[in-house]
Write a protein of this length. Sequence first.
Length: 105
Amino acid sequence: MGFTEKLDKAPLGLSFDDVLLLPQYSEVRLDEIDVSTRITRKLRLNIPLISSPMDTVTGREMALALAKLGGLGVLPRNLRLRDTIAVVREAKREGLRIAVAVGPF
């Protein structure tokens, strides 16, 4: 099957530009809303946010803040080792999950 045929048979996909949500009254209570998502069999995030492992995006503050909110902060691989260790220790002390990017050394 060629690419064009695969596209023709693909299910409908929508982007943010295709959908407009208008604010209005709702019967749904805030405590009934669940935006959690499963990343692996053992890892579920309470909010579907994972930070980029870029040094200009995720540092100590961002990683810990996302973890406290239920997301996942990914520390960049070029963070100094002692800084990475300090953030991981702080997260463990507070019972939070963060991730660390790795790469070739």
